[in-house]
Design a protein around this ligand. Sequence first.
Ligand SMILES: *Cc1c(COP(=O)(O)O)cnc(C)c1O
Length: 455
Amino acid sequence: METATTCEELAAWNKAYLWHPFTQMKDYVKGEPLIIERGEGILLYDVRGRAYYDGFSSVWLNVHGHNVPELNEAVASQLAKVAHSTLLGMANVPAIELAAKLVRVAPKRLTKVFYSDAGATGVEIALKMAFQYWHNRGVGRKTKFITMNQAYHGDTLGAVSVGAIPLYHDVFRPLLFSSYVIPYPYAYRTSGGASAAMEATLSALRELLESRADEIAALLVEPVVQGASGIIVMPQGCLREIDALCRKHDVLLIADEVATGFGRTGAMFACDLEGVSPDLMVVGKGLTGGYLPLAATLATDEIYAAFYADYSEQKTFFHGHSYTGNPLGCAVALASLRLLEERKMIHTVNAKAAFAAKKLAPLADWPHVGEIRQQGLMIGIELVRDKKSREPYAWTERIGVRVCMRARELGMLTRPLGNVVVLIPPLASTEAELDAMTDILAAAIYDVTEEGWGA
Ligand SMILES: *Cc1c(COP(=O)(O)O)cnc(C)c1O
């Protein structure tokens, strides 16, 4: 038999055959697995018919909700034409149309689109383009990258090499190329707060560039919000200063907008918040509205030009994936961008963000809420053992996991980042839905941390 029919069979097969990402399977097989069957709007339904708010946009992807007629129709009508054909030496209709559209909405210097299928591959492409850009220009010494403390850029080895989250990355260190790491401005955990944190970042960067810019190809940054490290928001003006320093020292700026792109932060791209136009920009996650795996690396004319030569000069960018520029993904991305404009989503994100901020504000006084961080509809609540000293919960307490499990019982899905609980709802969420989701989040935090209240 190849089709499981009952919930019990599905659960058994799940445990027997599936190995889940970022999941300790020994824990997973102990519980009753959550198996999603369908979605409608911002709700997901499991095989037993229970409904959950998608409080983390299915890991930060979803924009317009699930099962959206306009997006379904975009996939179906493309499917009736062709599901896939390659971009190696030829093109397809939606890949061209989407490239034109992306260039129109992206920061102004970005004029060329190179597709792939995940944020991580998009980052690999940016790294390789930056590296080969200098090589093609005959500047062979510029081979190193600068990344930021606690950065996350995906899970392939190149992306891990510019990653800096010890829990995820340390085990692979022997396989990786080394990168320079500068501090990310983490105001809550810097004595002196935002201005001291920003100054520490900028002075480290300044010092590094003054001594070593001639060996550095590019700096990689999660613009304005560092996501996986705990939704850490940069002090205002910091990204602009980073950009200016890179430009001054002839180092490329790569913006990883995989998490922040397409309205999530309250602007089309987080770079727009600071008027920054990077040399390379990676987009993924929300690009297709959360429907299909598609990513893109956008480049400037200047970078493109360094590869544009007679074939015999061997400046070609030899990189591609089987499904690069998949027409179904491109068609649904186009439809998603159209909805973003038609529904004036980015404008509404700011109003919704203000609503959520107001709802969550009282939690700031709770004894185990260290800091509430927010940029647009990216929200992270850092829980602490001791509010005054900011002492973190020990990782063994799994406080974030416990709060998210409680939220699930109360009808909302989300995933923690260590001791940080996130609320990253689909941009389409209404105020009524945000009201319900913030209530669940607050209740879950209260229920799990309550035992410490008054102690
Ligand atoms: C999720 C993420 C990635 C990796 O994207 P995948 O599609 O999971 O490979 C890269 N960078 C950032 C900032 C991300 O949030």
